[in-house]
Design a protein around this ligand. Structure first.
Ligand SMILES: [Zn+2]
Length: 256
């Protein structure tokens, strides 16, 4: 049976026996794949060929009805060097990967999700750390949930239709995937999104340095948790993931 040459984003890697790895990866044509990568020597000095966050080209061998595929002839294609060496960027990437793994469970191809994730990795890799942290993750979540049918409507208040959210901010309504203005929403700041954060989610061209001046670090962390919680609500996972703990650890260092 011939393998099919495929480009893969490596989302998660676990060593398996002496020289193999169990890998979760995402491809343009096949979506999420769980694979066994056999016979990979773990080079002691240079690390491994298969590394979380990298892009590889490989032959994928699938058998109908099997959930675990086999990878062969693995060649590294792209390492995103700047993400690997930056705590903040790798923390954002890991949260995105975890959301990806928890929100996509079907075996269908999702080329648009693949493209969005490549977009995030490319942006993280190319940007100055101080300008994207953590906004690149917010924007990616906004796109990711929309592509999966749970987009957040940030334009108008979901109750009264007021269109001044860009000036006033509003409360994120998990169930409706919408924002409710301050006049209509119940008191309680837990799910409040300030105007600057709605500009980030609106995916407009924004100056993130300006946004950063408007949102204090504590609120930026709260909003990040809020958006991850939104994913957890719709994709049924609990938000206190390992990747979130790491992001919280580096937040104070990276936000500024
Ligand atoms: Zn309203």
């Amino acid at each position: 049976m011939p393998g099919e040459k495929t480009t893969l984003i490596i989302l998660d890697v676990h060593p398996w026996r002496e020289s193999s790895f169990l890998v979760y990866c995402f491809s343009h044509a096949h979506g999420l794949l769980h694979c066994l990568a056999k016979g990979i020597r773990r080079a002691k000095k240079t690390g491994t060929v298969i590394e979380r966050g990298s892009i590889v080209e490989a032959l994928v061998y699938s058998k109908p009805g099997r959930e675990l595929h086999t990878l062969g002839s693995i060649q590294p294609a792209l390492f995103f060097k700047s993400i690997r060496t930056d705590l903040g960027k790798s923390a954002l990437r890991d949260v995105a990967f975890e959301i990806m793994l928890k929100s996509v469970r079907d075996p269908d191809p999702h080329p648009e999700l693949y493209d969005a994730l490549i977009g995030l990795l490319t942006e993280l890799n190319a940007s100055e750390p101080a300008t994207i942290f953590p906004f690149a993750l917010w924007r990616w979540i906004d796109v990711h949930v929309r592509l999966l049918g749970y987009g957040i409507d940030t334009r108008i208040c979901a109750r009264c239709g007021a269109d001044h959210l860009a000036q006033t901010g509003g409360t994120l309504h998990y169930e409706r995937g919408a924002i409710v203005c301050s006049t209509c929403s119940e008191p309680g700041p837990a799910r409040y999104l300030p105007p600057a954060s709605l500009r980030v989610l609106g995916a407009n061209k924004i100056d993130e340095r300006v946004v950063k001046r408007e949102i204090a670090a504590a609120h930026a962390l709260r909003i990040t948790r809020l958006l991850i919680g939104y994913c957890g609500h719709h994709f049924e996972f609990r938000a206190e993931a390992a990747s979130l703990a790491f992001l919280e650890d580096v937040f104070g260092v990276c936000y500024g």
